[in-house]
Structures are given as C-alpha cells and as structure tokens.
Design a protein around this ligand. Structure first.
Ligand SMILES: NC(=O)C1=CN([C@@H]2O[C@H](COP(=O)(O)OP(=O)(O)OC[C@H]3O[C@@H](n4cnc5c(N)ncnc54)[C@H](O)[C@@H]3O)[C@@H](O)[C@H]2O)[C@@H](O)CC1
Ligand SMILES: [K+]
Length: 496
C-alpha cells in the first residue's frame, strides 16, 4: 500500500543493487512480469509491437520482446532513438535481443494485436515533444490495446500529470510498489488495470526510504478502527454534535448526523436554531435535537464535556455566524466542512489559530473550497500535484485535510498522505460530502486519530457508494454502510 515516487523507486533499485542484486537481474524480472501480463492480454501467436525508449524503460521492453518471441508471439520491436546511444542495463538487454530493430518514428501499426509501451517510465524528465510526442499520439489514434511498462509514457509518476501527451493504456505493469501517478488523475485514467509485480526488491528497503504516501486501503488505518466491544456501551463510543443551519437548510445536517451514527458514534445530537427544531425532530428518531440559536447557546451546550466531537459546515451558512460557532467548539474533536471552510476564505491562519487546541481536526474541502481557504497562498495552490497541495495545506492549517474528488487525497500536517482510488463516478452527487463529514466525525467520536479517521471515512464512503451502485443518492450511502461494515468487521475478526 506504500506509494513510491519515481525518485524513491530509484533509491529502492539502488539499495537493492548495492545489496548484491545486479540491475540486469531486476530488469530481467521486470521484463518477465511485462511478458506475463502481455500473455494474459493476448493469446499465443498474436502480433505484438514493442516500442522501446532510450532508457531503462526501453530495457524492460527489450526483455519482454525476447521472452514473448521465445514463447510463440510474433514480435516486432521499434526503438525511439539510436541503438548505440543505449547505456547500462538497457544496452545489455538490447544485446540479448537478436531480432530486427525498427526506427520508432515510421513504425507501422498495421497487423498489430497488442502494443507494449516501453518508451518512458520513471525517468520522464520533461514534456514530450517532437518525435516522441508524435509517436504517442499515433499510438493513441491507432485505437490498439496498449500495455504500459511501469507508467503510460508521458504520465508523471510523482504527480499523475500528462507531460505534453501520454499513452492511453488498457493495462499497466509497475514494479515493487505503485507510484502516486498511478492513482492521481489524470494518470489513473491513462493506466488501465494495474499489476504490481515483484522483481526481487526486499521490502526492508522501505525502512530506509520511509515513504510518506499510501494508497487508502484498510491496512493503513484498521489498527485504529473502533470495533465495538461486547462489554462496551454507547457512552464509550462518543457523543457527536452536528451543527445545523437555519430552517430552510436542514437536510445536509441530517445526512451528516445519520452518517455519524451509522459510522458508530455512540450518541448524536443535532444542534439547530429553534425554528429548525420541529423540522429535524419530525425527521429524526435515534438522533437527538437541541435548540442552539447562536454561538453562546452552543457554548452552553458544550459545557457538557461529554460532547467530544463536532461536525460543523454542512448547511451552516457562510459568514460570521459560522465563525462564531467555531470559536465556541474549537477545543473539541472537529470535522470542518463546506460553509465553515468558505467562511474562512483567504484567512487560513485565523482558522489555524482557532483550532490549535483541538485534539483532532479534519477539514474536508472540495477543490473550490480548498482554493477559497488558501486564497492568497500561491505556494500551496501552485504545488505540483494534488498530493502536494493537500500536504502543504495540511501543514499550514495544522489539521488533516481531505481534498475531495475522484482521487481524494488525505494529508496530515506531518506529511503522511493517502490517495483513495475506490470511489465510483456516481458518488459525485448532492449531499455525498455531508455524509463523508458525518462518517469522519463518527470515527473521530470513537477516538480514532485524525489521519486514520479521515482515511477510513474516505474509504468507507467509496465502498458504500460501490455497494449502493449506480443511481445512488446521498441518503443511500448511510444504508449502504451496513454491508460494508459487516465485511470490514469480519476482516478485523470482530463479531458480525
Ligand atoms: N535498475 C533499475 O533502476 C530498474 C529500472 N526499471 C525500469 O527503468 C525505468 C526507469 O529507467 P530510466 O531511469 O532510464 O528512465 P526512462 O527509461 O523512463 O527514461 C529515461 C530516458 O528518457 C529520456 N527522456 C526523459 N524524458 C524525455 C522526454 N520528455 N522526451 C524524450 N526523452 C526523454 C532520458 O533522456 C533518458 O534517456 C523504470 O520506469 C522501469 O521501467 C526496471 O527495469 C526495474 C529495474
Ligand atoms: K512506459
């Protein structure tokens, strides 16, 4: 589940080589992994065009070409650049290939069943232009199925960005660990189905490299997941307050409150202006409702220290009222969302100062809210990737940031970050964010640390959306959490 930037992967290779595994051996294994996936993709006897670039990615291509040709595939190999310019392991592998080498520029795509893209991988250093770019565009226009070696050529492994142009692959094979560019958009859309192949790198190298980015999967946070205890009771599972907006904007808070309860919070109270109270009361059963007209009322409610966790933002309205309410609750566990974030437009340092005393704080902006909060922070908004933007934002805010989207990034102030890849497209629906804030709050209320709670919530949210399926509306997510919890508890060895 660790993600390695191309630089970190280079260090993993170097450590392995320094520990006695020759680079050529790693490359043979990498090429073998590519050949295996090619063989799954296309039957024996099919026609494979291997496109090799000028570096070690091309070296993997030479190996795969040799292995496929040796097992009954009809292989052509085309090289971008001059053969006598190949260096190191790539040159060794080119020497082991005894078939013809065509120039890639004019290579024909006629009578080809599968293209293997071994042009550029971790070493992509600038935007594609000239011959390389024309070749990539020709491959894409051909419509042929493509298997990418390591990364689709033109995708930046660290950021997921398209550098000028990028191969659209149906399959990708990467080595040892995925790279952020496999999960971040648009990279993920270019990569197709991803295989992560072992090539003989000892995972102990991770102790040296200390990666700071992870895929958001249960292994990342399950150690902290609050599994209910047989001898437990609801008061051990936290009391959460969802702060509601006025009578005409109550639905968001109910979604949040229901999601928090479903996620396992022991008790949930909706705190709302008095005119909204009958509306909430008529629509809620297991959730309590309390009148809270202003920040002073909220402070009175919170005199009860058992109210440990607040979700504030959905439907609360933008402006001074939201800011004042935050002041009243800033020393509790917090999920900050939507209107609350917008209420601190261009004023992140004030927000950071207010929540300094919070034992665990999570902010859940989408791109627009993030841009508003960090308005005036070009270093953060201009960071080279979504991963780096979220990290820089979390460090500045002093809270975990969940930067939402199809490739949601969860980042902690200490630099840890996770990328989620399990959200289906139909999760982009009205109210889904309110549910996410509720799940995160529900996990915080049960004592989960902020980073793990945020990553867990994002994963659960994506799984619930998959469970509910197409046609999903936000209310469905709350119900769909039940089978997701059943499976998760079974995995964690909890009674189900
Ligand atoms: N020993 C190792 O380090 C291993 C490396 N492996 C493979 O090696 C790859 C990395 O190899 P390299 O570091 O040689 O990098 P690449 O082969 O990805 O690319 C580097 C080459 O491309 C050129 N280049 C970079 N950007 C360009 C652009 N925009 N336009 C035109 N030319 C450009 C560079 O000048 C250099 O010649 C991995 O992606 C993986 O496929 C695997 O064989 C596993 C072992
Ligand atoms: K490639």
């Amino acid at each position: 589940m660790e993600l390695l930037t191309p630089d970190e992967m280079g260090r993993a290779d170097a450590f392995t080589i320094a520990n006695g595994v020759p680079g050529a051996v790693l490359m043979e294994r990498a090429g073998l992994a590519v050949a295996r996936v090619a063989a799954q993709a296309s039957g024996v006897g099919s026609r494979v065009l291997v496109l090799c670039g000028p570096g070690n990615n091309g070296g993997d291509g030479f190996v795969a070409a040799r292995l496929l040709a040796g097992t009954g595939y009809r292989v052509r190999l085309a090289l971008l650049g001059a053969r006598d310019k190949l260096r190191g392991d790539a040159a060794i592998m080119a020497g082991r290939w005894d078939g013809p080498v065509e120039p890639a520029a004019g290579a024909s795509f006629e009578d080809v069943d599968l293209v293997v893209d071994a042009l550029f991988g971790a070493g992509l250093a600038r935007d594609l232009d000239g011959e390389a770019r024309a070749l990539v565009e020709r491959v894409n226009e051909s419509g042929l199925p493509v298997l990418a070696v390591d990364l689709p050529s033109g995708i930046d492994g660290a950021t997921g960005a398209v550098r000028g142009a990028a191969i659209r692959a149906r399959w990708s094979v990467t080595f040892f660990r995925p790279k952020p560019g496999h999960l971040l958009l648009p990279g993920r859309l270019h990569g197709g189905a991803l295989t992560v192949a072992e090539i003989g790198i000892n995972p102990a190298v991770l102790d040296e490299i200390k990666p700071r980015a992870f895929e958001d999967v249960p292994a990342l946070w399950e150690r902290h997941f609050p599994v209910p205890r047989t001898d437990g009771h609801k008061y051990m599972r936290g009391h959460l307050v969802a702060v509601s907006g006025p009578a005409q904007a109550t639905g968001a808070t109910r979604l949040t409150a229901r999601a928090a309860l479903r996620a396992g919070a022991g008790l949930v109270t909706v705190a709302c202006p008095a005119p909204a109270l009958p509306i909430h009361a008529a629509n809620l059963s297991a959730i309590m409702v309390r009148p809270v007209d202003d920040a002073a009322d909220l402070a009175r409610l919170l005199a009860d220290r058992r109210l440990t966790t607040l979700v504030i933002g959905p439907g609360v309205g933008v402006g001074q009222g939201a800011r004042d309410r935050l002041v009243a609750c800033a020393d509790r566990r917090l999920v900050l969302d939507a209107d609350l974030i917008t209420s601190f437009k261009g004023d992140v340092d004030t927000l950071a100062g207010l929540i300094k005393g919070s034992p665990a704080a999570i902010a859940t902006p989408h791109d627009g809210e993030f841009a508003r909060l960090f308005d005036g922070c070009p270093d953060i908004l201009g960071a080279p990737s979504k991963l780096e933007r979220a990290r820089a934002g979390a460090a500045r805010l002093g809270a975990v940031i969940v930067l939402k989207g199809p490739d949601t990034v969860i980042a902690a102030p200490d630099g840890r970050a996770a990328i989620a890849a399990n959200a289906p497209p139909w999760l982009a629906t009205a109210g889904a964010g309110d549910v996410l804030a509720g799940i995160a709050g529900g996990l915080l209320a049960q004592g989960m640390p902020a980073f793990e709670a945020a990553a867990g919530a994002v994963w659960l949210h994506g799984e619930a959306a998959q469970e509910a399926g197409p046609g999903l509306v936000a209310d469905d997510l709350v119900d769909a959490l039940r089978p997701v919890y059943r499976r998760l508890f079974a995995r964690l060895g909890a009674p189900v």
